[in-house]
Design a protein around this ligand. Structure first.
Ligand code: ZN
Length: 346
């Protein structure tokens, strides 16, 4: 899931053949903030001439229909999808993979770092974003947390949250004589992975590296512990250890260089870290207070003009930046009255 989505022609229904045997298919999503999620169809990889699909989409009938039409356009059908590799647990990527498996018997793969979250989801039986709400409370925005908790989250449907067939770590998957390197990239979620096709120079980046927007950090349905932004920045730098490739993102168009976008995202976060420190000034503030002093989206929209969901992402992103400032020794944090209070180190 991502925030502050900008719609573009890339989201229009259809098939884009990125190179022979590699197709980008945007699938529709039900909510207004997000317009589409790209899934990728890789032909002639699996031994049985099946299709390897990267990301599943959101389990809605419109997505199934769009996928069927895309497959028909390349002379294939749903039954050809033999493997579904999912970059992360968010609903717009995972749930349709589970639905397709039920229908087709495809094999579903997901990063091992998502396992505790998926198991906890099964115990909680709720799709309130409990982890993110907890971060919000610790960020001094209890009222906003309550407002979001009271919203309709669509109802919990256990059938779309079944476990994958295979948990993925840092490993290489082989389909016929073709290899895909699995690279764990925690940050956007704890268990996010990307798939690197080094033979063809392609990075299937999921929501780790997006061309037009900054991926949200640590939006978790269950526990939001740890230091998601520190992890995310490490995961961005990790990309530069591999040769540069084309970027095949889950939201947005295909671009020529993953490394160029990685550099831009690192610069963006440096800028936000500096702005967060400036906003802290000489005061002791919680993440909510700092978020209200910052501009949001590329248009620098005031915090008060964001809807409640985006305010949640903004407060949590601010908390993530403040936590990195603490890790870097630029600020201190004290947990008082259930809220993290940050002070700049002078
Ligand atoms: Zn997404």
């Amino acid at each position: 899931m991502t925030a502050r989505f900008d719609q573009g022609p890339w989201a229009a229904a259809g098939v884009q053949t990125v190179q022979p045997g590699v197709h980008r298919v945007p699938l529709p999503l039900p909510n207004d903030g997000l317009h589409a999620v790209n899934v990728y169809l890789l032909e002639n990889l699996a031994e049985d001439n099946g299709i390897v699909m990267i990301d599943g989409g959101w389990a809605i009938p419109e997505a199934r229909k769009a996928l069927e039409e895309a497959l028909a356009a390349i002379g294939r059908d749903l039954g050809d999808i033999s493997h579904i590799l999912v970059t992360h647990i968010h609903r717009d990527h995972y749930t349709n993979a589970v639905e397709l498996r039920r229908l087709l018997g495809s094999r579903v793969y997901l990063g091992a770092g998502e396992r505790p979250g998926l198991e906890m989801l099964d115990r909680l039986r709720s799709d309130e974003p409990a982890g993110s709400l907890e971060t919000l409370r610790r960020g001094g925005a209890a009222e906003l947390a309550e407002q979001i908790r009271a919203m309709d989250h669509g109802g919990y449907d256990p059938s779309v949250w079944e476990a994958p067939d295979q948990w993925l770590g840092a490993e290489t998957l082989r389909f016929g004589d073709h290899e895909l390197r699995v690279v764990p990239t925690p940050g956007h979620t704890k268990g996010h992975v990307v798939f690197l096709d080094e033979q063809r120079g392609l990075l299937f980046a999921g929501d780790h590296v997006l061309p037009h927007i900054t991926p949200s950090i640590g939006f978790e349905l269950t526990e939001a512990d740890g230091r998601p932004l520190a992890d995310y920045l490490d995961s961005l730098r990790l990309m530069t250890r591999y040769a540069d490739t084309r970027l095949l993102p889950a939201h947005g168009p295909v671009t020529d260089s993953a490394h160029t976008r990685v550099a831009e995202l690192l610069t963006h976060h440096d800028d936000r870290l500096a702005k967060s420190l400036t906003a802290l000034g000489e005061d002791t503030l919680d993440a909510h207070a700092v978020a209200r002093k910052l501009g949001w989206t590329r248009r620098e929209v005031p915090f008060g003009d964001l809807n409640a969901f985006n305010q949640m992402l903004a407060v949590n992103e601010t908390a993530a930046h403040l936590d990195v400032l603490v890790l870097r020794g630029r600020a201190t944090v004290a947990f008082t009255g259930g809220v993290n209070q940050y002070t700049r180190v002078s």
